[in-house]
Design a protein around this ligand. Structure first.
Ligand SMILES: *[C@@H]1O[C@H](CO)[C@@H](O)[C@H](O)[C@H]1NC(C)=O
Ligand SMILES: *[C@@H]1O[C@H](CO)[C@@H](O)[C@H](O)[C@H]1NC(C)=O
Ligand SMILES: *[C@@H]1O[C@H](CO)[C@@H](O)[C@H](O)[C@H]1NC(C)=O
Length: 381
């Protein structure tokens, strides 16, 4: 028995070693290796292969941390260098995939001018020609101007190209988002278990989180179920939710959780197969991330024809309570949804939006709903 246990541990640690090779920054994903001096005209990159491991098109600048733009001091989250994409400029890199596997891309971006900026992130080629999503970066939640974003895709070919493109047409060519830290992570499709009818209810499976990024990862809305960087879950509505980790935030359970940062404008949902007429218990943790997000918060949970509002008084210092929604299924598929009733802002004068943390979401069918259960209990005595 002891021997078996030892083997198992050994096997698990081997798996992790293998995983860590594929999960993380792309080669030169933080742009620390730059063009040769002869391949730079001021900060402009000259030649499409000037940045090692990347191919650039259009007006791309190589930015050093601390460089000034007008009154603004440009800072870089990972290392000392980043790139800036001008109008219609792009950067791309060829990547080998495991065909049929699901992946998530995480990257950090910052806007440098007041206007709205957008990025089109795509993976080419896929069966449907192109798998792409436009990520707007106009709403900022971070404190230092940088934000990390995640998107997901299925690799339909053993090789592909990750393309980050600025579709913008700003008047000032020096306006354009800065990009740093591009990483990839293999997503393990989570399964329903006997202990939880929901997939990935504790949010442990999700996009790569940069060890040095203390601002979490935004998961944009309107992503198809199969392309979610948060397996099992769909971000509905208009705005993103934030994926947070226990290294930088207070998290109720495990190492990952979700912060509902956009009030009623973002909702997190999962569709689950249910039996009509059966009673279910949806339980979950509601708390705060220990990120100076203070005040009265309410998380609303919906399932079938029922809903519950769970109030949580946040001191902005971490902590959580448990919520529960008992409901009777009225259809074969039940949509379980969560949202935050209010908008909250951090009390650190940053003006950043924040919100309640959701974690440890479980759905179980109730075998003996209340009246019957108490009958059995009485019988025992
Ligand atoms: C990345 O670029 C460096 C320098 O050009 C090169 O030595 C290395 O092989 C490249 N890595 C990959 C995975 O292509
Ligand atoms: C991808 O795979 C091909 C063929 O197996 C290999 O030649 C190439 O170096 C690989 N590229 C990277 C970036 O690992
Ligand atoms: C985004 O990029 C893909 C692939 O490069 C392209 O097919 C698509 O038209 C682009 N979308 C927008 C809105 O720029």
């Amino acid at each position: 028995m002891e021997k078996l246990k030892f083997l198992l541990v050994l096997f698990l640690s081997t798996c992790q070693a293998v995983l860590s090779i594929t999960d993380g920054l792309l080669p030169n994903g933080d742009f620390e290796h730059g063009p040769k001096p002869s391949q730079l005209k001021g900060s402009e990159v000259v030649g499409k292969d000037a940045i090692p491991n990347w191919t650039v098109t259009g007006f791309v600048e190589y930015i050093k941390s601390g460089q000034k733009q007008g009154d603004m001091l440009l800072i870089v989250p990972e290392g000392a260098f980043a790139v800036r994409l001008g109008n219609e400029a792009s950067i791309k890199q060829k990547v080998n995939f495991t065909k049929g596997s699901f992946y998530s891309i995480t990257f950090s971006a910052a806007r440098t001018c007041a206007q709205e900026e957008k990025l089109n992130v795509s993976v080419l080629p896929t069966i449907e020609d192109a798998d792409w999503g436009v990520i707007p970066i106009q709403t900022m939640y971070g404190s230092n101007g940088w934000e990390s974003f995640a998107c997901g895709f299925r690799a339909d070919f053993p090789q592909g190209e990750i393309v980050i493109h600025n579709p913008g047409v700003a008047e000032d060519p020096a306006c354009g988002p800065l990009i740093d830290s591009v990483a990839l992570r293999v997503l393990n499709p989570p399964k329903r278990t006997r202990a939880n009818l929901l997939k990935n209810g504790n949010f442990e499976e999700g996009p790569y989180v940069f060890p040095k990024a203390s601002w979490g990862v935004l998961i944009p809305p309107h992503i198809e179920d199969s392309h979610s960087p948060l397996p099992g879950w769909i971000v509905e509505s208009l705005k993103a939710v934030k994926y947070i980790d226990s290294n930088h935030f207070s998290v109720p359970e495990g190492q990952r959780a979700i912060e509902l940062v956009a009030g009623k404008e973002s909702a997190l949902a999962q569709v689950v197969i249910t039996t009509i007429g059966k009673t279910y218990d949806l339980t979950f943790a509601v708390g705060d991330a220990n990120n100076a997000c203070e005040g009265s918060m309410i998380v609303e949970a919906f399932a079938g024809r029922d809903s519950v509002q769970v109030s949580y008084q946040s001191k902005g210092k971490g902590g959580f309570i448990r919520g529960k929604l008992r409901f009777k299924a009225v259809s074969l598929r039940t949509r379980v949804r969560f949202l935050s009733t209010f908008y909250t802002m951090k009390n650190d004068n940053s003006g950043s939006l924040c919100g309640p943390v959701l974690d440890d979401v479980k759905l179980l069918s109730v075998r003996y709903p209340a009246p019957r259960a108490s009958f059995i209990h009485a019988h025992d005595h």
